[in-house]
Ligand binder design. Structure first.
Ligand SMILES: Cc1cc2nc3c(=O)[nH]c(=O)nc-3n(C[C@H](O)[C@H](O)[C@H](O)COP(=O)(O)O)c2cc1C
Length: 200
């Protein structure tokens, strides 16, 4: 599938075939494609919690407005980020680079994030947004539908998945075989409204 077609045909699908299984091989492919998404300084701080335990999914659904996607999709990913990835052996993010590149970039990473909670959080949300779209477009190109979700109680889901203190949850993504079409697009703004030339 052409990228343009995946972009146009991706919609947030709410109802899935609960019997449909995505194979481990396909799931691997999907997550491997997602992991090629860009991150600042290549810190790859997204963490994909793939919720395979159906009992856990039922518990998440209870704190997610009873949304059917949570239990009925083939794959439920709680998309998290490690806020402290920038200081956890950062050399591995640049292990293939020349020594002089490493010598420049490693201190730069430290300076960029150290003692800057807001910067760390903003970066996590940026990266998760980008990887979420890569996941959804990859899913579409592999013949699957998806739904991005933030309609849940974040602290309850954090408890249910044992989220570490230095991580956050950005959003959930449900992926599977849709059984209903998405509703027609609800109301796209015109480009005139969303494009600003040069300055506000
Ligand atoms: C961050 C985010 C959170 C969302 N949360 C939910 C959700 O909890 N439940 C849901 O059914 N749709 C959710 N959506 C889907 C939006 O309603 C949908 O993307 C929007 O209406 C545009 O429709 P489309 O994705 O089909 O183009 C969410 C979308 C985003 C980007």
């Amino acid at each position: 599938m052409e990228t343009k077609d995946a972009i146009k045909s991706r919609r947030s699908v709410k109802y899935y075939d609960p019997e449909y299984k995505i194979s481990d091989k396909e799931l691997d492919e999907l997550l491997s494609l997602a992991a090629l998404s860009p991150t600042a300084f290549n810190i790859q701080h997204w963490r994909f919690v793939v919720v395979k335990d159906q009992e856990l999914r039922k518990k998440i659904r209870k704190v997610a407005w009873d949304q059917a996607q949570i239990t009925d999709s083939s794959v439920l990913i709680v998309l998290c980020a490690d806020l402290k990835a920038w200081e956890k052996s950062p050399r591995r993010y640049w292990k293939n680079a020349d020594q002089e590149v490493q010598d420049f970039i490693l201190p730069a990473i430290d300076t960029y994030y150290r003692d800057k909670d807001q910067v760390q959080r903003d970066e996590a949300m940026r990266s998760c947004g980008i990887v979420a779209q890569t996941l959804m477009l990859s899913a579409k190109s592999m013949g699957y539908d998806s739904c991005p979700m933030d309609g849940f109680d974040f602290s309850s889901v954090a408890n249910l998945i044992n989220l570490p203190d230095d991580h956050l949850i950005s959003l959930c993504i449900a992926i599977g075989k849709g059984v209903t079409e998405a509703a027609p697009r609800a109301g796209q703004l015109t480009l005139n409204e969303i494009i600003i030339e040069n300055r506000f």
